[in-house]
Design a protein around this ligand. Structure first.
Ligand SMILES: NC(=O)c1ccc[n+]([C@@H]2O[C@H](COP(=O)([O-])OP(=O)(O)OC[C@H]3O[C@@H](n4cnc5c(N)ncnc54)[C@H](O)[C@@H]3O)[C@@H](O)[C@H]2O)c1
Length: 252
């Protein structure tokens, strides 16, 4: 299998593209020949991060806005005339212990991590089905199948991403669109960097040692899994979650 230009001719939408996994995916997908619509919230580092990339256009939109899904899809069609890949990657993970839930946290987490994923996918489907090799790739988490301390709404939302993806795989498969999800473990990104910098001595070692490969994850590790799912060769993979956690969650 060729290792270069694996996305030649493809057009992708990548959300959460200003930082972390989404930003790495924009770099990787365009290196592999894709043209990309990079989406993140207004005021994010989207333009600084990707303004120099000739294969990317940026769309500053909060994906929970009523008009956002259609606006993002319209931007892809206006810029590139087609759509093959939707990487629903944007997400938030606010501190949220189950017995100390703050008003609004649950609603906001579900709105960003689940409802926006569903709405953007529905807006994209008419174009993805014309692709002939349409791909929906959602970002779940190891918290799509496990609980996590102080992240109750997040855990619920990422379990929902798993269920949503399976339903998409069921109902979009006949339209020539596959749907899968990546499940990052502990990855050093904007979401975790403050914790990485401020965690008490030894705590980061705990996360490093939970893997069996002796390191924390990097954004590119997850972007590579998304690339694998995006390419034509992955056409028979459907409804599956791929854990990208260095082996952390397969052992007791
Ligand atoms: N970092 C980890 O350890 C880890 C682990 C498991 C899953 N994940 C998931 O990976 C995905 C990417 O996160 P990351 O780690 O790269 O974090 P990150 O904070 O670096 O990037 C997330 C991006 O999503 C954007 N975003 C948030 N809300 C948005 C909205 N309403 N509209 C548009 N964009 C929005 C943010 O502005 C940010 O740029 C998320 O879905 C996250 O839940 C991360």
């Amino acid at each position: 299998m060729p290792t270069e230009n694996r996305l030649q001719g493809k057009v992708a939408i990548i959300t959460g593209a200003a930082s972390g996994i989404g930003a790495a995916a924009v770099d990787l997908f365009t290196e592999q020949g894709a043209r990309v619509v990079a989406c993140d919230v207004p005021g994010s580092a989207l333009e600084q991060r990707h303004g120099d990339n000739p294969s990317a256009v940026t769309v500053a939109k909060d994906l929970t806005d009523e008009d956002a899904p259609q606006a993002v899809v319209d931007a892809a069609i206006a810029a590139f005339g087609r759509l093959d890949i939707l990487f629903n990657n944007a997400g938030i993970a606010p501190y949220d212990p189950y017995l100390e839930q703050q008003p609004g946290t649950w609603e906001r987490v579900i709105a960003v991590n689940v409802t926006a994923v569903n709405r953007l996918t529905l807006a994209a489907v008419p174009h993805l089905r014309q692709s002939g090799a349409g791909r929906v790739i959602n970002t779940g988490s190891v918290a799509s199948q496990m609980a996590a301390a102080s992240l109750s709404a997040y855990v619920v939302s990422k379990h929902a991403v798993a269920g949503l993806t399976k339903q998409q795989a069921l109902e979009l498969g006949p339209l020539g669109i596959t749907a899968n999800y990546v499940q990052p473990g502990f990855i050093v990104t904007g979401m975790t960097e403050r914790y990485v910098k401020t965690a008490p001595p030894g705590e980061i070692d705990y996360w490093r040692n939970k893997t069996t490969v002796g390191r924390l994850g990097e954004a590119i590790d997850v972007a590579n899994a998304a690339l694998f799912l995006a390419q034509d060769a992955a056409s028979f993979i459907n409804g599956t979650g791929i854990r990208v956690d260095g082996g952390a969650t397969m052992k007791m």
